[in-house]
Design a protein around this ligand. Structure first.
Ligand code: F6R
Length: 602
């Protein structure tokens, strides 16, 4: 949700801000804006829609030499994606950019309006700049900023610049990420994530909640709770693996094709013939654990559901799966002998982060499965296993999902070994199968071509059901989510055996059913469920290694003997199917409407 960048230094500021925002655009692309403060003058630009519109607007603007700049890319929470609602928000002589939600903005706004402040946007963020200028009437700039932050309730990453103190950027962070970086040329950078800082900053501080301060050329001052804090820099250790499409049409397509390679990374160093080695996690971490709760959102939740089958079946440990946004407010029973696992690609999802905090406060052991090192979730959890999928840019998650599931499979085996629930032969076979995953995930280009042709038939109709049983049920949820996100067609994932309890009433030739029919798990049961739908004229696309005559379309899979291998093979097929349907519909595959990659608001 929303991306923030800031820069103090002599380079062409517009370029640094625009390049930084490009890296963050996946976090929101409803509008973008930037402001440059130089020689006590502030120039700003805003544009609705993608960053290219802002680029076009600023093409003749030059901003080298001394000064500072801030930039923002927006995912709308309060107010439509209009220019007035775009950041930076303006006071009389100060500008602010903000990611998060100011929960008490209405009362603050009312008070400020009574004092004469004129609001022009519908956003919660605008209140920050007016409050700052109000406080400035009786205080020096930094004190005014400090007072402002104290009055705010909610989540925020804030950068504020003002003509009243033209050599500083004031910053504050609570509940959403903000990083400050520096280099040996005395340049200072701010960003919502690592990516924009690569090749610019050398050392970084991942700010903690309620940290605030200011930066000026070569100097950063950090505070918390009114007290000066030491600056604890870390080396920025991320490579520019990211951002190129490398010949693919879309990041999502590239990331689907990358799954084979990144899954090798996920496995690397973690399995051998006799054991599973989880870096930085001693075996005794799992001692005395009687239950597991896994908490996540969206695609990561689907990985969690898949894992619950594995943990109960292989590790014989009771596993409950929770949607983080529901978990937070249900007053859950948190029992001490429960291992609390959170799964998150970004490591910044607000609901998942808060659920993790609740578990920590209740004294539970916590483990995160995450793709972004140093993210808020990684820093908060007791232990972390990184999925090692590399930066995922496509808003629709693909390689993060497969690596999460793979890692959770490995984790299930580890727990099973420690609990002595499996014998050596079983373990050996599992390890052999795990090593096959990178091959299974390799995209067969002929199959991709077939899916491209097939996708034509599935553009219209009145909806999709993805159906499967056991681990193929969470996969059906994931298949439906992928399709919804990027094609905007209605799709549901459903347990195949549940269709007759209601949804089958929808069946007719315009109801498209994608049936997941692995041979290694409950084939006959799913087959009967699909036949019931076919008898009611539903159009069936079956994924199976076994011929299935009544299907209207059929994708023959390879027929692996292990359900997890069939699972991974079908995952790729479902990802490609939604990709190709979206392309045919002319949608923006990588930046689908209304979505953002990292959901840092609840
Ligand atoms: C779907 C998707 C989202 C995320 C969800 C959680 O393709 O990407 O559903 O899975 O927003 O995000 P993370 O995993 O970053 O916590």
């Amino acid at each position: 949700m929303c991306g923030i960048v800031g820069y103090i230094g002599k380079r062409e500021k517009k370029e640094i801000i625009l390049n930084g925002l490009k890296e963050l655009e996946y976090r929101g692309y409803d509008s973008a804006g930037l402001a440059v403060l130089k020689d006590s003058e502030i120039v700003h630009f805003k544009a609705v829609g993608k960053l290219d519109n802002l680029k076009e607007k600023t093409k003749d603007f030059k901003s080298d030499g001394s000064g500072l700049a801030i930039g923002h890319t927006r995912w709308a929470t309060h107010g439509k994606p209009t220019e007035l609602n775009a950041h930076p928000h303006l006071g009389k002589f100060s500008y602010v950019i903000h990611n998060g939600i100011i929960e008490n903005y209405q009362e603050l706004k009312k008070e400020l309006q009574e004092k004469g402040a004129v609001f022009v946007s519908q956003t919660d963020s605008e209140v920050i700049v007016h409050l700052f200028e109000e406080n400035l009437k009786n205080s020096k700039p930094f004190e005014a900023f400090e007072k402002t932050i104290k009055s705010l309730k909610g989540a925020y990453a804030i950068l504020l610049i003002t003509k009243a103190n033209p050599d500083k950027i004031f910053f504050a962070k609570n509940l959403v990420p903000l990083i400050v970086g520096k280099n040996s040329q005395d340049e200072i950078f701010f960003s919502s994530s690592d990516a924009p800082l690569i090749n610019l900053a050398e050392d970084v501080i991942y700010l903690n909640d309620l940290d605030y301060g200011y930066a000026k050329k070569g100097k950063i001052k950090l505070f918390s709770n009114g007290k000066n804090k030491n600056l604890e820099f870390k080396k920025l250790s991320v490579s520019k693996l990211s951002a190129q499409k490398e010949g693919f049409r879309f990041f999502m397509e590239k990331e689907i094709y990358e799954q084979s390679a990144v899954s090798s990374e996920t496995i690397m160093g973690r399995i051998n013939e006799n054991d599973i080695i989880l870096e930085n996690i001693e075996d005794d971490f799992f001692e005395d654990i009687r239950e597991i709760t896994i908490c996540a959102c969206g695609t990561s939740y689907h990985a969690a559901l898949t894992a619950s089958y594995l943990l109960e079946r292989i590790s014989k440990i009771k596993t409950t799966v929770e949607i983080a946004s529901e978990f937070r407010y249900k007053e859950p029973l948190l029992l001490k002998d429960t291992l609390f696992i959170v799964i998150s690609q970004s490591g910044e999802t607000a609901d998942t982060l808060q659920a993790l905090k609740m578990a920590k406060n209740a004294g539970l052991k916590t483990l995160s499965i995450c793709n972004v090192d140093n993210s808020s979730i990684v820093r908060l959890s007791d232990k972390t296993l990184l999925t090692r999928a590399g930066i995922e840019k496509g808003v629709a998650s693909t390689k993060a999902f497969t690596t999460q599931v793979l890692l959770l499979w490995i984790l299930s085996l580890k727990i099973a070994l420690l609990k002595k629930e499996i014998d050596k032969d079983f373990f050996k076979k599992e390890v052999e199968n795990i090593s096959k995953v990178p091959t299974v995930l390799k995209v067969d280009e002929k199959l991709h071509e077939k899916i491209r042709r097939l996708s034509k038939r599935y553009l219209h109709g009145h909806g999709f059901f993805f159906i499967g049983r056991d681990i193929f049920y969470p996969l059906s949820l994931e298949g439906a989510l992928k399709l919804k996100e990027i094609s905007y067609l209605h799709a549901e994932g459903y347990p195949a055996g549940e269709m007759k309890h209601g949804p089958i009433a929808l069946a007719d030739s315009k109801l498209f059913t994608i049936a997941l029919m692995p041979k290694s798990l409950l084939y006959d049961k799913v087959k009967s469920n699909v036949e019931e739908l076919s008898a009611r004229d539903a159009t069936i696309l079956a994924l199976s290694p076994l011929e299935f005559e009544i299907a209207d379309d059929f994708i023959k899979t390879k027929g692996y003997d292990h359900p997890m291998l069939e699972f991974f093979e079908m995952t790729v097929i479902l990802q490609l199917l939604s990709l190709e349907i979206s392309v045919r519909l002319g949608n923006d595959v990588d930046m689908p409407r209304n979505l953002a990659k990292s959901v840092t608001v609840e």
